[in-house]
Design a protein around this ligand. Structure first.
Ligand code: BGP
Length: 465
């Protein structure tokens, strides 16, 4: 029997976001964001046409939800403030209803011994700012910094862990390369500008935070370790390194080292796509780096050299002009989400952060398994027996434990997610929660088997097997 005991004061909990859980109600004063707008325009793009107004009703039921967090062992929990709820037009007045809600939600968590981790941006651009170009427009950076400062002033006395973005590469990919977020463009030049403006906004928010607040501020990145098809083939290795530059180091390096990786800069220059910026912007990125890193890990990236290097559209450059995705035979899959499950990836990320990023304090900020049709696992007592989720968690924790034993500075593990929630265009297709939400029964909450497992895990600060 092995004892997987984690360090003292380890953070156990889950992550979610405002737009995926809160819902929308008459009189709540929330403004539109890109999800409200896009759903209105193209509801057929969303699974079963379930939109962002119908998420798990946490806005009304947060007290019950915090009690369930406690029942499932949380000592910490991450969500995000919805920018369009707090400041409905993006830049103007604070919405008093939102202020009352976030105050009460934060207080309820603290009262129940749950440390609030708060993220500022989870894919949810307020529509009035998107109409002016969203992250493409420099004014959005200024609007975001104003919003961030407002949040620090309003909630910084109680929230001591802040995050500037969740997965900033995703709005780049979804909105400007691969068509899964509004505004559904395919434009690498815009993608690069959006990524730069997000990184700049993050640095400026960190600067503002460090001026008069006493907690910690970081960023949450989805790191996808890029493995070459054949480690002994230099062309595959080179291709994997380029994919890593585009999708991981593009945010990891500025966030921690304060500068962009040389190989990525060389590609962007060669493409003649250097984003608009000033010397002062680069200095801000240099100076204002993160205190803590959140790592979201779901899947690795398998890469090979391009089968046909000439296979590219000169009018529409894409990152894939430099590599091919490799469909590795025999890989273990989550068939519902179509993502590979590779548990050792979590270890490799931790060792990379330890060795190449100064072993900065970090934690697993998301990891989880979305499964469709979980009703078929309901037992006679009405509980979902999600043993596959328990195995998924343990399989990852073993590798995380090993990394910590080898010196990784990992402070916690947050699962995605607390209770089943709305996952963007996938809506409620795949369920990730420790707690089931029955949409047909007024969003009734029921703790799954994994929720009880998680409580024991947190209480024992680890597990034996
Ligand atoms: C992460 C996001 C979450 C959540 C999760 C599950 O990338 O930060 O918001 O959605 O993935 O993925 P999906 O909803 O695409 O199944």
């Amino acid at each position: 029997m092995t004892d997987y005991l984690f360090p003292k004061n380890f953070f156990w909990g889950t992550a979610s976001s405002g737009p995926q859980t809160e819902g929308r109600f008459d009189g709540d004063g929330k403004g539109d964001n890109i999800w409200d707008f896009w759903y209105e325009k193209e509801p057929q793009r969303f699974f079963n046409q379930v939109g962002p107004d119908k998420t798990s009703y946490n806005y009304k039921r947060f007290k019950e939800d915090v009690a369930l967090m406690k029942a499932t062992g949380h000592n910490s929990f991450r969500t995000s403030i919805q920018w369009s709820r707090l400041i409905p037009d993006g830049t103007g007045e604070v919405n008093p209803e939102a202020l009352a809600f976030y105050n009460a939600y934060i207080d309820e968590q603290i009262k129940n011994g749950i440390e609030p981790f708060m993220n500022l941006y989870h894919f949810d651009m307020p529509m009035p700012l998107q109409e002016k170009g969203g992250w493409l427009n420099r004014e959005t950076v200024e609007g975001y910094v104003h919003y961030a400062k407002t949040c620090f002033e309003l909630f910084g006395d109680r929230v001591k862990y802040w995050f500037t973005h969740n997965e900033p590469i995703v709005p780049v990919e979804g909105g400007y390369l691969y068509d899964f977020h509004y505004p559904n463009e395919k434009n690498l030049r815009h993608a690069i500008q959006v990524g730069f403006n997000e990184a700049l906004a993050s640095a400026l928010a960190i600067q503002a935070y460090h001026e008069d607040q006493d907690g910690q501020i970081g960023i949450i990145l989805n790191l996808t370790p890029s493995y070459p098809r054949d480690e002994n083939n230099p062309e595959d290795v080179k291709a994997a390194k380029i994919a890593d530059a585009f999708f991981n180091r593009s945010f990891l390096d500025p966030a921690i080292k304060g500068e962009y990786p040389e190989d990525l800069v060389a590609i962007v220059k060669e493409l003649d796509m250097v984003p608009e910026h000033t010397a002062a912007d680069l200095e801000a990125i240099k100076q204002h780096t993160i205190d803590i890193l959140g790592v979201n890990y779901y899947q690795p990236r398998r890469i090979k050299a391009k089968d046909n290097p000439a296979d590219k559209n000169p009018d529409c450059p894409m990152p894939e002009d430099y590599f091919d995705n490799y469909d590795m035979p025999g890989k273990k899959m989550n068939p519902y989400r179509g993502w590979e499950i590779y548990e050792k990836g979590i270890y490799d990320i931790m060792i990379n952060v330890r060795d190449n990023y100064g072993n900065i304090p970090c934690f697993i900020s998301e990891n989880g398994m979305g499964v469709e049709g979980e009703e078929r696992y309901i037992n006679a007592d009405g509980q979902i027996e999600d043993d596959y989720r328990i195995d998924f968690i343990k399989d990852h924790l073993r590798y995380l434990h090993q990394a910590i034993q080898e010196g990784a500075n990992c402070l916690g593990y947050h699962l995605w997610t607390c209770m089943d929630n709305w996952s963007w265009t996938n809506a409620y297709k795949n369920r990730y929660g420790l707690i089931a939400v029955d949409l047909d029964k007024e969003a009734k909450r029921t703790i799954k088997k994994s929720g009880y497992f998680f409580k024991e895990l947190a209480d024992q600060n680890g597990f034996k097997d």
